[in-house]
Ligand binder design. Structure first.
Ligand code: A2P
Length: 275
C-alpha cells in the first residue's frame, strides 16, 4: 500500500494530496472499475462532479472496494445551471443520492456562474449542518475570491483550477495561498489529448529519474504543495500516478519544469465561459 502525503486544509480537515479524477469517465463499469482499482492501490481521494454524470458509479466503486467510507475523501461539485437557478440545496441532495452517501468531504462551486454568491451562502449553511466536511470553489480567479471574502465569513478550503507545467496558473495560486486557501490542479497532466506527456524535456527528466513523464509531473505538483487529481481509466496508469513517494525532483529540475510555461490554457477561461 502506498503511503500518501496529505494536506491539512484551513478548517483542519485533512485531504490526500493525490486523488483520482474522473472527468469524462462514462457512468458505468469504466468508472466503477477505475474507482475500485484506485482504492485498491492506496488512493483515498476521488474527485467527481454533477456534470460528469458518473456520481452513481463513483459511489458504486466505493462500496465495491470494501474501503470504509470514512477513510475516503470524496469531492463533488455544484453545476452551473443549479447555481443560476439557485437550487443549491436540492442539487446537493441529488448528488448525495446519486453517490449513495450521507455526506461528502468536499463540495465545490464548479464555475463562477451568475448567482454563485447565493450558492456560497447555501453551501455555508450545509457545511454548518455537517452535511459537508469542507466547502470550496473551482475556477475562481483572484477577483472572485476577493469578492467572496467580502460577502462571507466562511473561507473556501480550496480553489480547484487548471494547472500543469504548460499553464501553471501561478498568479491565482499565490493569491489563494496568501489567503490560506489550498489549490487543487485540474488537467494536471495537460488534459486529454494534450502534448505535455510527450514533451522532450519531460521525457529526458523521466529517463533521468527512471520514472514516467506522468510521475514526474505529479511529483512537480506535489513539491509545489498543490493537490493533484490525475485522471485515468487504465489500471496501470492509475497505479503509476500514485506511486510517486519514492523520489524527489531537485530544485533545478523543478525550475526546468516551471520553464515549460506557455501561458495557454487547455480549458475554458473562468472570465469568459459560455456553459
Ligand atoms: P487515460 O484515461 O486513457 O489513461 P489530466 O488528468 O491532465 O486531465 O490528463 C488525463 C489524460 O492523461 C487522460 O487522457 C489520460 O488517459 C492520460 N493519462 C493519465 N495518466 C497517465 C499516465 N500515467 N501516462 C500516460 N497518460 C496518462
Amino acid at each position: 500500500m502506498i503511503n500518501e502525503s496529505r494536506i491539512v486544509l484551513n478548517n483542519g480537515v485533512s485531504i490526500p494530496q493525490v486523488g483520482l479524477g474522473v472527468f469524462q469517465n462514462p457512468d458505468g463499469e469504466t468508472t466503477v472499475n477505475a474507482v475500485r482499482e484506485a482504492l485498491s492501490v492506496g488512493y483515498r481521494h476521488i474527485d467527481t462532479a454533477r456534470i460528469y454524470g458518473n456520481e452513481s458509479s463513483v459511489g458504486e466503486g466505493l462500496r465495491q472496494s470494501g474501503v470504509a467510507r470514512r477513510d475516503v475523501f470524496v469531492t463533488t461539485k455544484l453545476w452551473n445551471e443549479d447555481i443560476r437557478q439557485e437550487r443549491t440545496r436540492e442539487a446537493f441532495l441529488e448528488s448525495l443520492d446519486r453517490l449513495g452517501l450521507d455526506y461528502v468531504d468536499m463540495y465545490l462551486i464548479h464555475w463562477p456562474a451568475d448567482h454563485w454568491q447565493r450558492a456560497w451562502e447555501e453551501m455555508a449553511g450545509l457545511y454548518e449542518e455537517h452535511r459537508i466536511r469542507a466547502i470550496g470553489v473551482s475556477n475562481f480567479q483572484p477577483h472572485h475570491l476577493r469578492e467572496l471574502m467580502t460577502i462571507s465569513s466562511v473561507l473556501p478550503a480550496v480553489d480547484q483550477i487548471e494547472s500543469s507545467p504548460l499553464f501553471a496558473n501561478n498568479e491565482t495560486i499565490s493569491f489563494a495561498r496568501s489567503r490560506h486557501i489550498d489549490v487543487e490542479a485540474w488537467s494536471p497532466l495537460g488534459g486529454t489529448g494534450g502534448s505535455l506527456l510527450s514533451d522532450p524535456h519531460l521525457l529526458a527528466l523521466a529517463a533521468k529519474y527512471g520514472k514516467s513523464p506522468a510521475q514526474i509531473v505529479i511529483r512537480w505538483h506535489i513539491q509545489r504543495g498543490v493537490i493533484v487529481i490525475p485522471k485515468s481509466t487504465h489500471a496501470e496508469r492509475i497505479r503509476e500516478n500514485i506511486d510517486v513517494a519514492d523520489f524527489a525532483l531537485s530544485s533545478e529540475d523543478m525550475a526546468a519544469i516551471d520553464s515549460m510555461e506557455t501561458g495557454t490554457r487547455v480549458g475554458a477561461d473562468p472570465d469568459h465561459f459560455d456553459f
